[in-house]
Design a protein around this ligand. Sequence first.
Ligand SMILES: [Zn+2]
Length: 250
Amino acid sequence: MRVVLLGYGGWVSDPLYGHTSILVSRGPGEGLALLDSGEGVLRSMFECGYTDVRELRAVVLTHNHGDHVLGLPTIIQFAKVVGGKLKVVGPRETLHSIKMLLEAVSVSSFECCVEFVEVKPGDSIRIAGLKIEFAEASHTVPSLAIRVEDEGTGGCFVYSGDTAYSEQLARLAEGCDLLMHEVSFPDSEGSLARSLGHSTVSDCLRVALEAGVRLVMPLHFGLADFKLNPTELPAGLTVLHPTKCLTVEL
Ligand SMILES: [Zn+2]
């Protein structure tokens, strides 16, 4: 399974980070799944070398905040023109928001190319040959964490979406290689983070340790770029610092 990081910023972040979004595939010709689709995500796909929207089998959305969905109308418009067909997967509230968003920006006749698939915590679906499972995240709106598993290679990762510390998320990531977890605030702003449904550096590491993953990638930076200090990390845990188009094979 190939995991490509398209962006790693939060809503208010350095624009050069791009908004947090992940592209995943079992391999060439197997189709692509996109996890979250903030503003400019199609441009990021192109920049990372993924230029054929017809390869997209699904866009899986964690929740309806703008930095996770505002790039979707452009993807759907593009799919209409080039003959792509894709599923838009997410919680009920998010799918409702997406339909209103498409109407608001005059993306019409999208029924030709889009199938909406509602999911909830505990659900499991299959996209592009990959098993995708969901758990409840702890955010200010209904939000899901996503587990992606390649049953062929046994590779697995979990993407937190936006969340405060979540025990369900740690359980979802058990047995996985990689945790891609949001870190929106430093530890010194822990109560602010919790009040906004976001995580600190320590929250991210706590989930990684409880899940027993060997790799952790902090994501969803705000105006600060959090570099986890390797000297403070428990043995056996490796940090992957995010960069645009970073590719991990699992
Ligand atoms: Zn959010």
